[in-house]
Ligand binder design. Structure first.
Ligand SMILES: [Mn+2]
Length: 258
C-alpha cells in the first residue's frame, strides 16, 4: 500500500493538546507502516519548522514523530517529505535525522502503473489565472507570491537561521497560529470546479501532459474529482480536524479514507 497525507500542522499554538495531536499522527503512521511500501507526506506536517545554525534542541517536542519516521525508513519504507508553506525551512537536518526524502518542488512519478503529480499546492495557479480575477484578488495573489518568494530566498533564509531558536520560533509559531485562527474564523470551503485553483491548475497541466492522479494538500478540504475520463484530482484534507488521507493499492486504485 502507498499512503498520502498532509497538513498535520504539528505544534500549532491554535491546537489545544499538542502532545495528544502528535501521538495520534504517530499512531496513524505506525499503523500505515504495517503494510506501506511508501508514505508521502505532502506538506505542512509542522505548523512551523526552522533549522537554525545553533543546533536542534528546540525540535525535542517532535521526538515522537521524528523517531517514528526514523523507524519507518529503517524498515525500508520510502518516506517522502514535501515542504509546505509552513515548514519550508529544512536544510538537511530533518533528512539526516529521519531518513526521509525531502522534496522542495512538485514531484512527478509512476507508482503501481499510475502517473502521479504531487505537490503541497501553495502558490499553484494556472497561467492566465490572475487576469480572470478582480483587482483586489489580483493584489492579494501578488502579495502572497512576493512573500512566498521571500520565504524561499536563500539570503533571508540564512539571516533567519542566525536567530536564537527561541526568538525565531516565537515569531514563527505566532505567525502560524494567526493563520490557523484565521482559517477557523473564516473557513474556505471547496470553491467549485471552475474556481478551485488546484483543480484549474491540474486541468491546464493535463492539456500538456497526462497524469492519472494529481494529489495535493494545503487546502484542508477533501476532494476527489474526475477532470477527464482518465484523470483525477485528489486533495487530501488534513490531520487535525478531518483526519483524512489517501491510499493506493498495488493495482493502482487510489481512495480517500478516514
Ligand atoms: Mn499549506
Amino acid at each position: 500500500m502507498v499512503y498520502f497525507l498532509s497538513d498535520a500542522h504539528l505544534g500549532s499554538r491554535a491546537i489545544e493538546d499538542n502532545a495528544a495531536h502528535q501521538q495520534r499522527v504517530v499512531d496513524l503512521l505506525t499503523r500505515m507502516g504495517q503494510d506501506a511500501t511508501a508514505i508521502y507526506l505532502l506538506g505542512d506536517i509542522f505548523d512551523f519548522w526552522y533549522e537554525y545554525i545553533w543546533g536542534h534542541k528546540d525540535k525535542k517536542q517532535f521526538a515522537p514523530l521524528l523517531d517514528c519516521l526514523q523507524s519507518l525508513t529503517g524498515k525500508g519504507i520510502e518516506v517522502h517529505y514535501f515542504i509546505g508553506n509552513h515548514d519550508i525551512w529544512t536544510f538537511g537536518w530533518l533528512a539526516k535525522r529521519t531518513g526521509v526524502i525531502v522534496h522542495k518542488e512538485p514531484y512527478e512519478t509512476t507508482l503501481n502503473g499510475k502517473r502521479i503529480f504531487m505537490a503541497h499546492g501553495d502558490g499553484m495557479v494556472p497561467n492566465d489565472y490572475a487576469a480572470r480575477l478582480d483587482k483586489g484578488m489580483q493584489k492579494r495573489i501578488r502579495s502572497f507570491m512576493r512573500l512566498r518568494a521571500f520565504f524561499h530566498h536563500p539570503i533571508p533564509q540564512f539571516v533567519f537561521r542566525l536567530l536564537p531558536p527561541c526568538l525565531g520560533n516565537a515569531f514563527g509559531y505566532e505567525w502560524a497560529r494567526r493563520s490557523r485562527l484565521k482559517e477557523f474564523a473564516h473557513p474556505c470551503p471547496y470553491k467549485g470546479e471552475d474556481k478551485e485553483e488546484l483543480v484549474l491548475f491540474a486541468k491546464e497541466r493535463e492539456h500538456q501532459q497526462h497524469y492519472d492522479y494529481y494529489i495535493f494538500g494545503h487546502r484542508h478540504i477533501e476532494l476527489d474529482l474526475m477532470i477527464s475520463r482518465e484523470s483525477r484530482v485528489v486533495i487530501l484534507g488534513d490531520m487535525f480536524k478531518l483526519w483524512t488521507y489517501a491510499q493506493m493499492s498495488e493495482e493502482g486504485r487510489l481512495e480517500l479514507s478516514v
